[in-house]
Design a protein around this ligand. Structure first.
Ligand code: TYD
Length: 204
């Protein structure tokens, strides 16, 4: 049996530009001969993608939103993430549980304890090996978002919402500095990619 793979997550407020860097990270790892599985949350499985459609476009109570995020995550872990890691693949996810702390706790105001209880239920202590947090001030993210396609339920939130989301992400990074690495996403793509490459080498 090969060694288990590693789990890398990308995080940041909407408009931070993390999706641009997903391909770079996947390509970097594949060049090293790794099997790479690229996935996203909410989503990543047929059921998860159905839940994503509801989460992004259907109005609902904040607790319903939180529970559906974790229902999608349970399915994602059981059907895709854990089996892939067990066979030695590296899994790259566009968002994971830090997003629930940032959006549902920071953004919507749900108590962190409720999120922690669901995290324990679904993850049993499982955590990403590395989280890349793409950080930008809310006004920069806003400008990038408005250049994008039709906004979903989250992207339509006010700047104050994204300010709280950003602060919640940064608080988590301060609490877990060796897992969550903050990248200044205002930098140019070349500078950011050089920094990402350095962080990936540390993980190898
Ligand atoms: P996002 O990852 O930004 O995808 P896209 O680039 O296609 O817009 O969209 C997912 C949205 O879901 C994002 O606004 C954040 C939100 N989200 C949460 O609120 N909580 C979570 O736990 C997760 C995983 C995502």
């Amino acid at each position: 049996m090969s060694a288990p793979g590693k789990f890398i997550t990308l995080e940041g407020v909407d408009g931070a530009g993390k999706s641009t860097h997903l391909d770079f990270v996947a390509g970097w790892l594949r060049q090293k001969g790794r099997e790479v599985v690229v996935t996203r949350e909410p989503g990543g499985t047929p059921l998860g993608e159905t839940l994503r459609g509801l989460l992004l476009h259907q109005n609902m109570d904040p607790d319903t939103e939180l529970l559906l995020m974790f229902a999608a995550r349970q399915e994602h872990l059981a059907a895709l993430i854990l089996p892939a890691l067990a066979r030695g693949a590296w899994v790259l996810s566009d968002r994971f549980t830090d997003a629930s702390y940032a959006y549902q706790c920071g953004g919507r105001g749900i108590a962190a304890e409720r999120i922690a209880a669901l995290e324990t239920w679904v993850q049993h202590g499982f955590q990403p090996d590395l989280t890349l947090l793409f950080d930008v001030p809310p006004e920069v993210a806003e400008a990038r978002r408005s250049a994008a396609r039709v906004a979903d339920r989250f992207e339509r939130e006010a700047d104050s919402f994204f300010g709280r989301v950003r602060n919640a992400y940064l608080d988590r990074a301060r609490a877990e500095p060796s897992r969550i690495r903050v990248l200044d996403a205002r930098q140019g793509i070349a500078e950011l990619q050089a920094e990402i490459g350095r962080l990936l080498r540390e993980l190898e």
